[in-house]
Ligand binder design. Structure first.
Ligand code: ADP
Ligand code: MG
Length: 312
């Protein structure tokens, strides 16, 4: 008669695991998810009731422990600033405020990395009844666009069918004096844009269409123009953003601990901001440079090394 031998789990690994989750202050479930094993298996391993071969689970835990040690040996990457009052972002805030107060349509468009999305989030943080809905290539149609809006309004299971979703959205946003912000609006089909126009007409909530150049050109150029006349004629405010200003870079750099007197560093950050990644590249470079400086304010040499490393 053969007997299946069940290995007893390696206690040192499990002890190190217990110590590590305590050090990081995370739950067992969170650690299990990071390590790629089920929370149930982890609980059983820890309380000694796991009754299968634990080798592969222990291997996952050991790999996770290795990763923790690796991360602890690097100085921490500083967080990106959640908000800095850059002039460009202030222009976006002003346009959003106008659209909400005047129950009007605003179009805010321009290149990537200028701070449009950051400004929309800051506006929502400050003002009530503001919903941000982010479009993607997958949400271009009327039904998918309305579905995203339903989720943004907090509906867990939107009704089936565009007409029902539209009715539910109108019921929720009417009489709120709110603002519907559609980010990455360039992904929307003409019909979906027209559906937004009718939500605005039916409820009087402000509508802000935010995205790249195509947001505006799709409404004006080519053979789409006639179809979108109704929306176009309702635009009350148009903000076109081209490139970050020097003051954008100064404000953002100040929020990340770069001294306003450090002219050489600032000159370099202006140069970075003038390229395609705009303010996003500035933030990435300063974060990496801060890490390279061991967590202190980075000097020019750290910024240069970080920029080179990122090849932005
Ligand atoms: N006003 C700001 N405050 C803080 N960070 C900003 C600001 N503007 C831009 N950034 C930084 O630049 C990055 C790109 O900004 P984002 O708002 O995503 O740009 P856009 O939506 O125009 O592409 C953000 O992740 C953020 O780190
Ligand atoms: Mg954006």
């Amino acid at each position: 008669m053969t007997q299946t031998l069940i290995e007893s789990p390696d206690q040192t690994i499990l002890d190190r695991f217990r110590t590590e989750i305590q050090r990081r202050g995370i739950t067992q479930a969170a650690a299990a998810k990071e390590a790629g094993l089920s929370a149930a298996a982890l609980t059983q391993l820890l309380n000694g009731s796991y009754n299968a071969n634990p080798a592969s689970q222990l291997e996952k835990i050991e790999r996770w422990l290795g990763m923790q040690a690796e991360q602890a040996s690097h100085p921490e990457m500083p967080a990106a600033p959640s908000w800095a009052p850059t002039p460009t972002a202030e222009r976006v805030l002003a346009a959003l405020s106008y659209a909400q107060m005047a129950s009007d349509v605003a179009v805010i468009y321009g290149g990537a990395g200028l701070g449009k999305t950051t400004a929309c989030r800051e506006y929502r943080r400050r003002i009530s009844s503001v919903w941000i809905v982010t479009m993607t290539p997958a949400t271009a149609s009327v039904a998918t666009c309305l579905e995203e809006i339903c989720y943004a309004l907090g509906l867990k299971s939107p009704p089936q069918g565009a007409a029902k979703m539209q009715r539910e959205i109108i019921r929720r946003i009417a009489d709120t004096n709110g603002l519907l912000v559609i980010d990455e609006a360039q992904h929307l089909s003409v019909q979906a844009l027209d559906a937004l126009r009718s939500l605005h007409d039916a409820t009087g909530v402000g509508l802000a269409l935010v995205g790249n150049e195509a947001v505006y050109t799709s409404m004006t150029g080519g053979n789409r123009a006639a179809y979108l006349d109704r929306l176009f004629s309702r635009i009350g405010k148009r903000v076109k953003l081209t490139r970050p200003t020097k003051n954008d870079v100064l404000r953002l750099s100040a929020a990340m601990g770069i001294s306003a007197d450090d002219n050489d560093s600032l000159r370099m950050l202006f140069e970075i901001a003038s390229r395609a990644g705009a303010l996003r590249s500035v933030v990435k470079t300063v974060r990496l440079a801060t890490m390279m400086a061991g967590g202190a304010s980075p000097a020019l040499k750290h910024l240069q090394a970080a920029w080179k490393d990122l090849s932005l």
